[in-house]
Ligand binder design. Structure first.
Ligand code: WT7
Length: 688
């Protein structure tokens, strides 16, 4: 069980309430406490990892923040739950509506309509709204390409480009309601194309540039898209990804796509299909920059974003206009506490929901300045991120635990070379962050001075739902802490009953929120079945979680990944965090394999820090380490060292594949989302 005291290397506590310092250290936690619980609560997910470090928001940060204290957070939260219509109407009225809504929410579970009767345009809110004041000449996007090229677009320039491209769309017969696939690198044109679609009411569906032609084709078929926006190629680790060729392959046997608009990015040779393909820059010659933003119904579809789900065909998550805008605007404002003078960098790709909500719509709705970077974090060297932060004086960094673990692995010297003193706030998203990775981020990147917002959410939720408010909520490494305004989450057992403190169960959300998905495109039945049927009227997240004695949420991983060892249900994230807390371990993934005695045994795949030798003794040491920190029940039956773990393009570990490898089976099923195929072969060889 991890109940910690300060170790060498961590500064000793300077007393209660010291800004940015731990205020609580180890408290006694009787070793048999969870053992007893385990016997009583065998249907619930057991929780064994106890993290007791608490970090208060730095006083300086709180003083300037929008939400300055826990008391203020609680008052606002209470209001948002008791009078949601009042709360959300106030947020929405900071935006431009033509005309304003008549009713804030119409909820006929599981179908929600927000800001009913209102009309608006999200591109007007992200662009035109800022043109009448000093923000007109402020940088909207500061972009850096992987080869080192740079561009800055002010709000006025971005508006100009969006209007012109919206006219290009119109010229190519793309109309209100049509679906448009966007398959581009992480370049400003991706944001321009999204905003141009939104300006005329076309529905965009961004396909991440790392996806293959099969994925593009599936998404075209499901969405019935009539146009596709792409580039000749994308830079990645010095090479060129042939985007246009992938598109040609996807379209080979005929699809609903009538027009392909191609942006010239990498200059590689491509084929242009006569009558179907046109160049972005040529099209611009025929249009002007006058394009009125079409007022759209609040529930007008804004975008489709496909998520793979664990099995089966990809789901087109549908987000609509009004509620989504209010949601991203408000979360950006309060959670990142965004200021006009800030430079905000979300390192995601626009191809993910994180990019949609926190590179494009959230920041621009707030008139913020965002940094956008095209390439890999370790190109040409592992310090590219730190270079960017130093050079642009980035104030807020929002990245993923998987990236943080990679930085830890590459070594602290890459960080130490750079001045990161401009940073004032850090964020993470995508997976549970292991407490050790959190501590490293806090110390090495945040200089022990920046609050960390560990933001829990999903493609489906559209916006962050569980997160600290950085000026108000004390943080605990590994916990996403408390719900955002208007969000009513709970941890329940199989029967839908809320469980007590520190007992694991399923995470549900008990009421609608503005940016929630409205349906799975073309499949209402699947929407109802997947998210709303298990606990009627409640949204099922698919994640396992527990709430601690302070009401803090700890996500323990996807329910599908939960292990069942001799009747004990264990979340993967806790065992993985225990492994990552070992000084030689960079990353770990834990999966079950069939076990005659215990039902399931525990197999751990482990990558080591650069320079560490993989020895048999170390394997034993790691098994014992888990035994000591969590308990014997969680001790891996087998530890396998791997050079790298199989991950999706968005950085999530593909435990399904590891499960197959662990049980000696051949890897089957869809591997198209795998980031690096060579990892699989190497893993199969990773046995003793
Ligand atoms: C799943 C959603 C939301 C944008 C990126 C991922 C996991 C996400 C956290 C977090 C623990 C997290 C959950 C969730 N997840 N953020 N802060 N702590 N887990 O979007 O691909 O739809 O994945 O990512 O399991 O359900 P997504």
């Amino acid at each position: 069980m991890i109940s910690r005291v300060h170790r060498p290397g961590t500064p000793p506590s300077l007393g209660c309430g010291e800004a940015g310092r731990p205020v609580a250290t180890a408290t006694a936690c009787p070793e048999n406490f969870f053992g007893i619980l385990g016997l009583l609560m065998h249907d619930n997910i057991e929780s064994h990892l106890v993290e007791k470090r608490v970090f208060k928001p730095p006083r300086d940060f709180s003083r300037k923040a929008r939400i300055k204290s826990l008391g203020q957070y609680r008052r606002m939260y209470r209001e948002s739950i008791r009078q949601p219509a009042k709360f959300w109407a106030r947020e929405a009225s900071e935006l431009v509506w033509r005309p304003r809504w008549k009713k804030v929410l119409e909820w006929k579970a599981p179908f929600a309509k927000w800001f009913v009767g209102g009309k608006l345009n999200i591109s007007e809110n992200c662009l035109d709204r800022h043109l009448s004041g000093p923000r007109r000449n402020k940088a909207a996007i500061i972009w850096e390409g992987e080869p080192g090229d740079r561009r800055t677009l002010t709000y006025q320039q971005l508006h100009h480009e969006v209007c012109r491209f919206a006219n290009v769309l119109k010229r190519n017969n793309i109309r209100n309601g049509d679906r448009v696939i966007i398959y581009l690198p992480n370049i400003p044109e991706a944001a321009i194309a999204m905003l141009a679609c939104a300006r005329i009411g076309a529905v965009h569906s961004v396909v991440f540039g790392g996806f293959s032609s099969d994925s593009i084709r599936d998404r075209i078929i499901d969405s019935g898209a009539i146009a596709l926006v792409t580039a000749d190629g994308a830079y990645r680790r010095g090479g060129i990804v042939p985007l246009k060729r992938n598109v040609d392959d996807a379209l080979r046997d005929g699809t609903s796509i009538k027009r392909v608009i191609v942006f010239r990015r990498a200059g590689n040779d491509i084929h242009m299909e006569e009558g179907r393909d046109v160049w972005w820059h040529r099209e611009l010659e025929y249009v002007d920059a006058n394009c009125r933003a079409t007022p759209l119904d609040s529930e007008h579809p804004l975008y489709l974003l496909y998520t793979s789900g664990s099995t089966g065909k990809p789901k087109g998550i549908l987000h609509t206009t009004g509620g989504y805008l209010v949601g991203v605007y408000s979360t950006m404002k309060y959670i990142f506490d965004i200021r006009d003078e800030d430079i905000f960098w979300c390192t995601a790709d626009v191809g993910w929901v994180t990019g949609h909500s926190y590179i494009v719509y959230g920041p621009l709705a707030n008139g913020a300045t965002v940094v956008m970077y095209e390439g890999a974090p370790n190109w040409p060297e592992p310090d590219r991120f730190w270079k960017i932060i130093e050079e642009y004086r980035v104030n807020i960094l929002y990245t993923a635990p998987t990236a943080i673990r990679a930085f830890i692995r590459w070594g602290d010297e890459w960080v130490a070379k750079h001045d990161l003193s401009s940073l004032r706030l850090l964020g993470t998203v995508g997976e549970p962050i292991n407490p050790e990775a959190w501590m490293w981020y806090h110390k090495n990147i945040g200089g022990s001075r920046c609050p960390i917002v560990d933001t829990w959410w999903q493609t489906e939720t559209g916006t962050i739902l569980i997160t600290p408010s950085p000026g108000a909520i004390p943080t605990k490494p590994g916990s996403a802490t408390l719900p955002f305004f208007g969000v009513d989450p709970a941890v329940v057992d199989e029967n839908g009953r809320e469980v007590g403190p520190n007992i694991g169960g399923k995470l549900i959300i008990r009421r609608p929120w503005p940016a929630m998905l409205r349906t799975i495109y073309g499949d209402k039945a699947r929407y109802r079945q997947q998210y709303w049927s298990e606990f009627k009227g409640n949204y099922l997240t698919g994640d396992g979680a527990r709430r601690d004695e302070d009401g803090y949420f700890w996500i323990v991983g996807r329910i599908d990944d939960v292990l069942n060892v001799a009747g004990h249900r264990l979340g993967t994230s806790e065992i993985e965090s225990a492994l990552v807390s070992h000084p030689r371990v960079a990353e770990a993934a834990v999966v079950p394999r069939p076990d005659e005695l215990k039902g399931q045994g525990v197999v751990a795949f482990v990558t080591l820090k650069t320079g560490v030798n993989a020895t048999r003794d170390l394997k034993e040491e790691l098994r014992d380490h888990v035994g000591v920190h969590i308990g014997r029940i969680a001790k891996p039956d087998e530890v396998r060292f791997a050079e790298a773990l199989p991950k999706t393009r968005s950085g999530k570990i593909m435990r399904r594949l590891l499960k197959e490898i662990a049980s000696g089976a051949k890897v089957t099923g869809d591997t198209t989302t795998l980031e690096d195929f060579s990892v699989l072969g190497k893993l199969a060889e990773s046995e003793e």
